[in-house]
Design a protein around this ligand. Structure first.
Ligand code: SF4
Ligand code: SF4
Length: 172
């Protein structure tokens, strides 16, 4: 079942400890085919979800802007990198450039990205569920499941598949 963005924070809270335990376990001892498993569930989920009907990531969170992103976008917008930073970004406490405000100023009302071809690397990779070395991305899972219906669905499938491999309890 695909939940709406509004339903996700409560659903993740209700999932709670088992979700964190699953992600920790996978990180500590990832199966060899973890990347393939994620890719399969990612493809299945995105056959059911159209990001243009959602846009919740662009509405509620900021991507990280790397130097190359800033250079590329400021060029496209015919601005100097310093002007781009001053207008759109701030340096957060971790030393990362992020948007001054959300929704993203490049998001249009129909959920299209106005700088799609030149969007930041972090936007291209979001929701980080079909990358190589997925065991290094698992820390993002619970956080992103709170904002992205696709991540919640993919992690639910993952949990189901893991539970299916556990030995059944003996019935007396
Ligand atoms: S990546 Fe997730 S949160 Fe972003 S638009 Fe697609 S489904 Fe929505
Ligand atoms: S740059 Fe585009 S894809 Fe990235 S957050 Fe903004 S609207 Fe979304």
């Amino acid at each position: 079942m695909i939940f709406t963005p509004a339903e996700l924070p409560l659903k993740v809270k209700q999932w709670g400890k088992p979700l964190k335990a699953m992600l920790l376990k996978l990180k500590a001892k990832p199966p060899k085919n973890l990347d393939d498993i994620f890719q399969k569930y990612h493809d299945e989920t995105f056959r059911k979800i159209d990001c243009l009907d959602c846009g919740n990531c662009c509405k509620t969170t900021s991507p990280e802007f790397f130097e190359k992103d800033i250079e590329r976008l400021s060029k496209v917008l015919k601005m100097k990198p310093g002007q781009f930073i001053e207008k759109y970004l701030f340096l957060d406490t971790d030393g990362i450039y992020a948007l001054r405000s959300v929704p993203c100023p490049f998001l249009s009302s129909d959920n299209y990205c106005n700088v799609y071809d030149d969007r930041p690397k972090a936007c291209r990779e979001f929701p980080h569920t079909n990358q190589r070395k997925m065991h290094t991305q698992l820390h993002l899972g619970a956080k992103n499941a709170e904002i992205c219906p696709a991540v919640f669905d993919i992690l639910s499938k993952l949990e189901e598949s893991i539970l299916a491999t556990l030995p059944k309890k003996k019935e007396f």
